[in-house]
Write a protein that binds this ligand. Structure first.
Ligand SMILES: Cc1cc2nc3c(=O)[nH]c(=O)nc-3n(C[C@H](O)[C@H](O)[C@H](O)COP(=O)(O)OP(=O)(O)OC[C@H]3O[C@@H](n4cnc5c(N)ncnc54)[C@H](O)[C@@H]3O)c2cc1C
Length: 390
């Protein structure tokens, strides 16, 4: 192997503070996250202590209000932090993205009193969050969810099963969308449920193709009682809150996808320089050089797309269409680039001795979560051509 480590990504960052932040993240990623990634993913071990460390470093509330422990960073900076974390290990990058998604409801739609009471612990007090929208029978058609919350005096009693919940069983708080009224999107309300609430339990984690270190589980709500002070937003506003969180969350998925793709490209370049065939490094062959060039170009295009969407959001302008485009393009890019990286490594790429087969398995899930890429195309088309006619 050549003595040549992959060069860090040359990032456009708006402030010195942001540059320091990226240096800090790279340091944590190199020292604490990347070295254990392969072994812990193989073993299916969730690195809870890494999230505690990230919380202590102020990295679990980056885009939120500093008054409540947030980092007051623009999305263009927060997303690049996520990308760096995902390059080191997707379980961590995606975990931070999901935690940020789970915090969105309270940080954006909560009352002042709720924010004072709960946000500091969520954003910088070591807690870890989960976001509960999907159910066994409602995925893409999330507005058909059936988990119920029934009013009982000053309380709500929540019953039902959520599916595919990232951090299910290990989270300290669950942002839960439940039906409180009519069928369809207008009958849904959001709640903040503590992880130790009586009646809340998680099934065994799903056995997944990749991201085995990130627990994904069904979460059962068996008459879970919460006070009305844990209702977030108005009754019936829950679906709008869920979608608002997903607009931002999709940008997180896009950034994570580019992180995984970058990791695969770095591994492919390093390997191509060291592996010799026909008396030369395989990096000399134009067939591979063009492949590497295409991979790098797709990554840069994806990074530019998610940053353009983030800058719209940071400027307070509509960004839902661009977020869907970024999620679609960046996750398809991750799938293509990681698949090509396996090809660059030949037979070795197909083994667990090198990281690219893991990156390829991990990339697949990004085309599915937070709205499949078919759903992203529906969102984009609605912006172009209006709602579908039936
Ligand atoms: C690892 C992992 C982690 C996850 N984490 C979370 C989480 O933390 N919280 C959470 O709430 N959910 C989570 N999810 C759930 C995820 O968001 C759903 O899997 C996703 O929304 C798709 O739903 P589904 O799996 O039920 O597929 P379905 O909705 O049943 O879709 C099946 C197929 O049909 C296609 N399809 C459906 N409707 C249409 C349409 N109208 N037009 C064209 N094609 C269509 C889909 O694109 C897909 O290809 C997670 C999933 C995974 C795998």
């Amino acid at each position: 192997m050549p003595d040549r480590a992959p060069q860090p990504v040359d990032r456009q960052l708006p402030t010195d503070e942001a540059r320091d932040l990226i240096s800090l993240v790279r340091d944590i990623a190199q020292r604490e996250i990347a070295p254990r990634a392969a072994a812990e993913e193989e073993a299916g071990r969730f690195p809870r202590e890494i999230f505690t460390l990230l919380s202590e470093a102020g990295l679990l509330g980056l885009p939120y209000d500093p008054e409540y422990g947030g980092g007051e960073q623009p999305y263009e900076v927060y997303l690049q932090v996520l990308e760096e974390l995902a390059t080191a290990r997707l379980t961590v990058g995606l975990g931070v993205s999901v935690h940020t998604l789970a915090s969105h409801a309270l940080a954006t739609f909560g009352t002042k009193q709720q924010q004072v009471e709960h946000l500091p612990a969520m954003l910088g007090g070591g807690l870890l969050g989960a976001y509960c929208l999907s159910e066994p029978a409602s995925g893409s058609d999330a507005a058909s969810l059936r988990t119920k919350a029934v009013r009982d005096g000053d309380d709500w009693v929540i019953s039902g099963t959520k599916a595919w919940i990232t951090h299910g069983g290990v989270a300290d708080f669950y942002t839960v969308m439940a039906r409180t009224g009519e069928d369809g999107p207008r009958g849904i309300t959001a709640f903040l449920v503590p992880g130790d609430a009586e009646g809340l339990s998680a099934a065994a984690p799903e056995k997944k193709m990749g991201m085995k270190g990130s627990p994904t589980a069904q979460v059962h709500f068996d008459g879970v009682r919460v006070g009305d002070d844990r209702r977030v937003g108005e009754e019936g506003q829950g679906f709008a809150i869920a979608l608002s969180a997903l607009d931002s969350g999709r940008l997180g998925i896009a950034a994570c996808a580019i992180g995984v793709a970058q990791a695969a490209l770095d591994a492919a370049v390093e390997y191509a320089l060291g592996r010799r065939q026909f008396g030369r490094p395989i990096a000399d062959f134009q067939g591979l050089r063009f492949m590497l060039a295409d991979m790098a170009t797709q990554i840069e295009a994806g990074r530019a797309l998610y940053l353009a969407a983030a800058r719209l959001k940071d400027a307070g302008r509509p960004f839902a269409k661009q977020a869907a485009m970024a999620k679609l393009h960046c996750t398809d890019t991750a799938m293509k680039v990681t698949t090509d990286a396996v090809q660059v490594l030949g037979g070795y790429g197909y083994t667990a001795d090198f990281p690219v087969e893991r990156h390829m398995r991990e990339a697949k899930v990004l085309q599915i979560v937070e709205g499949t890429n078919q759903i992203q195309r529906m969102v984009i088309a609605r912006h172009l051509a209006g709602p579908e006619t039936r």
